[in-house]
Design a protein around this ligand. Structure first.
Ligand SMILES: [Fe+2]
Ligand SMILES: [Fe+2]
Length: 314
């Protein structure tokens, strides 16, 4: 695998330059405003749901925003453990690498605190109860039990997802409430360095590794995606339940099917396809293993085809 042009030292410098404080981005005295969407339609696709009126579509957009922030706080649980482990592996070694990795851990802890604070405010201000995934430690254990390259690959995947979401979907969407957009902008600003550190760590791990071991890591990567896919389906069901409470009505089987198909697809598209189609992710996977890069393209194709197929029958 080719070594990238940047170094751990560059990552530390950039991280210091863009660093922010939690209270600057989301002060404790914030009251959330629900007049505008919190998430871009490009990610939530709520305006495609013919069975919902405009006010219900907006409520679902807000429900999705809460689930989104929770999902990232949820994922960051294992990333904190991962980065501390990688820093530990460098002890007595490259001090720039240790600094970059420890900053990475600290930033993920701060991101978790930011997302959890948003979710706490959401619970207080939204007006009705919502359900989100919990027990992040259980999924963290599953992910961390996989091969170290797979764990870095899935981390890289979700870090490029934050970039895709902000640059492609959020940055130029003027219809959005500015506060959640600012949260996701500041998240992305620090994630940009994490992408670089993942790349550097992948180079270190892949050095001298036989192609079969790399392919096994890709098997693990796909297994993690599949486990997360199950969680996204659970979250879709929870979102529908939360929406029923917020809208004050019970959906018919037909309505439930329409919402579930649309929302589950949009989760898969936003969290899986957008990561697997990202240029940086594809460049790194191709460099790591051209055969397994083809498997990434095939899996993306499968997700894209499923987009046009109904997942839930009534
Ligand atoms: Fe993060
Ligand atoms: Fe990150």
């Amino acid at each position: 695998m080719k070594a990238p042009k940047f170094s751990y030292k560059n990552c530390v410098d950039l991280s210091e330059k863009v660093s922010w404080r939690l209270d600057q981005i989301l002060p404790e005295d914030t009251i959330l405003n629900f007049e505008k969407p919190h998430m871009p339609e490009a990610l939530t696709e709520t305006d495609q749901l013919t069975c919902l009126n405009q006010s219900e579509q907006l409520k679902l957009n807000h429900v999705r925003s809460n689930s989104y922030m929770n999902f990232f706080a949820f994922l960051e649980e294992y990333i904190i453990v991962l980065t501390v482990q990688h820093a530990q592996a460098e002890m007595y070694g490259d001090h720039d690498a240790i600094r970059a990795l420890l900053r990475f851990s600290e930033e993920e802890l701060k991101h978790q605190a930011l997302f959890k604070r948003y979710c706490r405010f959401f619970d207080r201000d939204f007006g009705t109860s919502t359900k989100v995934l919990d027990q992040p430690a259980a999924i963290a254990d599953v992910i961390l039990s996989k091969s170290p390259i797979a764990v870095l690959l899935i981390t890289l995947h979700f870090e490029v997802v934050t970039q895709q979401h902000y640059i492609e979907c959020i940055k130029d969407d003027d219809a959005l409430d500015p506060l959640p957009s600012s949260i996701l902008k500041h998240h992305w600003l620090e994630e940009a360095q994490h992408i670089k550190i993942d790349h550097l760590e992948l180079c270190k791990l892949a050095q001298g590794m036989p192609p079969e071991a790399i392919s096994k890591a890709f098997d693990d990567y796909f297994e993690i995606l599949s486990a997360l896919d199950g969680l996204l389906e659970q979250q879709t069901d929870m979102d529908i339940e939360s929406l029923q409470i917020a809208a004050g009505r019970q959906f018919t089987n037909e309505e439930f099917t329409e919402i579930k198909n649309c929302q589950y697809h949009s989760y898969r598209n936003g969290f899986f396809v957008m990561g697997m189609e990202n240029k940086i992710f594809l460049r790194i996977t191709k460099d790591l293993s051209p055969i397994d890069y083809e498997r990434v393209l095939e899996q993306t194709e499968i997700f894209n085809k499923q987009k046009n197929t109904e997942l839930v029958g009534d």
